[in-house]
Design a protein. Structure first.
Length: 412
């Protein structure tokens, strides 16, 4: 058991195994959006909080105790927890909090691999002499996040990335769990199979049908049996994880291979004008992110999800890499127009736009003729939206329309 700074409000998990060889930390903010709301409004602390008025984007642990879950419809969430406080999302506040937390990560170790805006792997190998044991570093990290950002964070520490992430999940909320190499399987095997990466509802159902509910049962099966049950890729993957075989090192995140955004439409009625408005809003969002990251791209991708939950992808590769809103919008509109007959037959529940085949803007020679006026307009609009908000200047086709949420992302 690790003795932590309880005076700072940090809860320490009671089931802690200690080893200096466990040097990979998985740090995960607890109920991130809801925690930011509780931090910024003292009246919400200790109360069930739901972020999102249509779909639950986040729920505090007080709300989760009543069965409220992320991505749940707001009506169902309110029926489960009628006394919950429902607040609209504040994406700019979450983005600022994420930046502050990642600054704490970077101050802790130079080797940080961000997974999303609220979680990351940190490698603290070789830092014992100067900064203390991994347990001491993890404890200090949690204190620093609480003191500097005002948010609770859970940390799992283990020899592998997989087990560190499992440990943080077990330790939530606001916990610290360190798994020593000589206790790994003792810790892992009693856990539910759902703790294994890649085990979603479908895979879990296949395992449960055969009476397999614990990781130890998966580990006891030959790899060939799992392959026959789940397929080659999934079977080999789960066999390795059940024995904690995960050789992946922590490495700084590579630049994105694509930049995209999507809009869920639900199962309601839609029109051609609705689809066009979604495409316009998504292209505006994607190209603004590209210019902020100083990236240009060649392949425009349209992603669609139909009423039967099947999906389709259509793409077009431009002759030159660009971040021009008008150029990419023209390609995206053409893809959407070509897909309309399919949408009319199968319905539409989600639209996504992404741009791939990305390059650094400074490394790409501009093609002639140069469209300076359009580039200047894009940059001017970016500056206005950065200073006054993304809706401060908008296209006429988007006036009065719900454009969905613009989720914060890790920097590229």
């Amino acid at each position: 058991m690790i003795i932590g700074p309880r005076a700072a409000g940090i809860k320490v998990c009671e089931h802690t195994f200690v080893s200096r060889q466990a040097t990979i930390l998985h740090a995960d903010l607890d109920a991130f959006f809801a925690s930011v709301e509780q931090r910024d409004d003292p009246r919400l602390r200790g109360r069930p909080v739901i972020v999102g008025t249509g779909v639950v984007l986040a729920a505090s642990y007080e709300a989760k105790a009543y069965g409220v879950r992320t991505a749940m419809g707001a009506r169902l969430a309110r029926s489960l927890c009628p006394h919950a406080v429902v607040v609209p999302p504040r994406m700019s506040a979450y983005s600022e909090a994420s930046k502050a937390v990642f600054q704490v990560f970077d101050d802790t170790t130079p080797l940080v691999e961000g997974l999303s805006i609220d979680e990351a792997f940190l490698d603290v190998r070789g830092m014992e002499r100067s900064f203390g044991s991994p347990v001491e570093i993890a404890t200090r990290l949690r204190c620093n996040v609480l003191e500097r950002v005002g948010l609770p964070i859970t940390v799992g520490v283990a020899r592998t990335k997989f087990l560190a992430k499992v440990a943080s999940g077990v330790a939530k909320p606001d916990g610290l769990l360190v798994v020593a190499p000589d206790r790994e399987l003792e810790f892992l095997h009693p856990l539910e199979v759902e703790r294994l990466w890649g085990v979603g509802p479908v895979t879990a159902g296949k395992l449960h049908e055969r009476g397999i509910t614990r990781v130890g049962q998966v580990a006891s099966l030959p790899e060939s049996a799992l392959v026959g049950m789940l397929g080659r890729a999934s079977g080999r993957h789960l066999h390795a994880l059940a024995h904690n075989l995960d050789p992946r090192p922590v490495q700084r995140r590579k630049r994105r291979g694509s930049i995209g955004s999507q809009r869920a439409r639900g199962r309601g009625r839609w029109s051609v004008a609705d689809v066009d408005a979604d495409v316009v809003a998504l292209v505006d969002r994607v190209t603004r992110r590209m210019r902020a990251a100083k990236r240009v791209g060649r392949t425009v991708v349209l992603r669609l999800r139909f009423a039967d939950y099947t999906r389709a992808t259509r793409s077009h590769t431009l002759p030159q890499a660009t971040a021009s809103t008008e150029t990419i919008l023209s390609a995206a509109r053409a893809l959407a127009a070509a897909s309309l007959p399919m949408l009319e037959q199968r319905g539409l529940t989600l639209v996504g736009i992404s741009v791939s085949n990305l390059y650094d803007a400074d490394a790409v020679q501009l093609a002639l003729p140069l469209h300076g006026d359009q580039d200047a307009l894009d940059l001017a609009l970016d500056d206005v939206r950065r200073r006054f908000g993304s809706t401060s200047v908008t296209r006429a086709v988007l006036v009065g329309r719900d454009r969905g949420f613009e989720m914060p992302m890790l920097p590229d």
